[in-house]
Design a protein around this ligand. Structure first.
Ligand code: ASP
Ligand code: MG
Length: 460
């Protein structure tokens, strides 16, 4: 099985964490000796990107000393890591490289501060330093421990447009570079080690894919290499059946579909954002979430089909503190254009609507952003009666098999029989059902549902 292994910021946060990475990759390869070497993608060490962003802000404000100070701090943090991981001439060479890169950055930062300007291109060059540095260190750590690894400059591989801070990859051009540069390494028996998040325009100007973009890099490279699995190594065991802050005994979701993951991501199940793995979805490559602190845990596997087990739901999610808006117009509701007019009001005030239900004479919607609520209400009142209810919440049950097994819905409603349900809605995909209820009832509703659908599995 050929794999790409992406390690997030906390998985490379210090020397100990980087050592774990070396061992995880070594074991993966040792267990699959007939395969090509794994391809490794790393994030910047944790918090480094945040500090680089701060550096840019300070420079733009003309605060050159403070900005340079952060860069010096970051260099010290990286040098502090290398000395425990690498020795001898390799250490000298690595430290010299990092020192010269960070010093060059300091010179740039001073200049930007004098000009009181950090252009979008400059900001990307600045932020790219985190992944460039972490990937160089990890590559050297591999070699120190006898793993045949090669640092690969992602800026020569990931070709993007010039939309700085949100660069869009050119998949065809990138695929060619991946073949010429990355696949050539693996064919030669080397583990390519690359920074995520960063790329370059065809002219070679450094770009970034946007915050959190390393998952996206891994999915892009994985799709170009046509790997059998994309592994996202992080600091949790995987996705849980519910938010542990709300439910007392959530369990690991061992397998789910890309579509289910999208439904859950919307509710802040943040482990992985599905839009970042679209290249994997397009090529139907499974994505596995794993914990670099507990590599023995199987993690969560995300595939096109999801779970084989069709007995129960996949997971629950909730969103607290939403407001329900009821819009009633006995005269106009069924009239042409009423809904358009209604939603135009939300659009005008840049407020997105989550759940929508309608009856013959009324429309109810939920919003979580109430910043422009007064404006919205007064505009709606031009053509309808409007009332609101705040401190509400959305509870959502997710599972591919909601489509095929009607008893799941009945079980959900029955288990909530003592809780007043304000709205109920099933989306077209039919892989989720949404309940809107009082925020005060969220904890009991979530726990009742969780007991109903997942307790048997825990006890078993
Ligand atoms: N280092 C970048 C960030 O913090 C990219 C990533 O880690 O995915 O946003
Ligand atoms: Mg991340």
């Amino acid at each position: 099985m050929n794999v790409i292994m992406k390690f997030g910021g906390t998985s490379v946060q210090d020397a100990e964490a980087m050592n774990r990475v070396v061992n995880i990759v070594r074991r993966q390869w040792a267990d699959n000796p007939a395969d090509l070497p794994p391809v490794v993608v790393v994030s910047a060490m944790s918090k480094v990107t945040d500090r680089l962003v701060e550096t840019g802000r300070l420079a733009a404000d003309g605060r050159g000393d403070a900005a340079e100070h952060i860069v010096a701090d970051l260099l010290a943090r990286h040098l502090g890591v290398t000395s425990t991981l690498v020795q001898g001439a390799a250490l000298d060479e690595l430290n010299a490289q990092l020192t010269s890169d960070f010093h060059a950055l300091q010179t740039d930062v001073r200049l930007w501060a004098e000009l009181h300007e950090v252009t979008p291109a400059a900001a990307d060059t600045l932020q790219a330093m985190g992944e460039l540095a972490s990937s160089r260190i990890v590559a050297a750590a591999f070699r120190q421990q006898g793993v045949n690894a090669a640092w690969v400059d992602s800026r020569q591989v990931l070709v993007t447009d010039a939309e700085f801070s949100a660069a869009v990859p050119d998949m065809d051009a990138t695929a060619e570079r991946v073949k010429a540069i990355v696949a050539a390494r693996t064919a030669a028996g080397e583990v390519p080690v690359m920074g995520g998040f960063i790329g370059a325009t065809p002219a070679g100007v450094t770009t970034t894919l946007g915050r959190g973009g390393s998952d996206y890099s891994a999915a892009i490279f994985g799709a170009c290499l046509d790997v059998d699995e994309i592994q996202i190594w992080t600091d949790v065991d995987g996705m849980l059946t519910a938010d542990p802050r709300v439910v007392t005994n959530p369990v690991l979701v061992s397998e789910l579909s890309f579509a289910e993951a999208s439904e859950l991501a919307y509710f802040g199940a943040k482990v992985l954002h599905p839009s970042t793995i679209l290249p994997a979805v397009a090529k139907n490559i499974p994505v596995r979430i794993l914990n670099s602190r507990r590599p023995e845990v199987r993690g969560t596997m995300i595939t096109a089909d999801g779970r084989g087990d069709r007995q129960t739901l996949t997971a629950l999610a909730c969103k607290r503190g939403v407001t329900v808006i009821d819009i009633t117009s006995s005269r106009m509701l069924m009239a042409f254009g009423f809904l358009r007019r209604l939603f135009e009001v939300f659009e005008r005030f840049k407020t997105s609507v989550d759940v929508v239900t309608t009856s013959e004479v009324s429309v109810s919607v939920t919003v979580d952003n109430t910043r422009r609520l007064d404006d919205i209400l007064s505009n709606l009142r031009n053509f309808a009666e409007v009332s609101t209810e705040s401190e509400m919440a959305i509870v959502c049950i997710v599972g591919e098999n909601l489509r095929s097994d009607p008893t799941l819905f009945r079980r959900a409603v029955t288990s909530l029989d003592r809780i007043p349900l304000r709205l109920v809605s099933q989306a077209a995909s039919r892989r989720n059902i949404t309940f809107v209820l009082r925020d005060a009832d969220v904890t009991s509703a979530m726990n009742l549902l969780h007991d109903q659908f997942f307790r048997a599995k825990v006890g078993a």
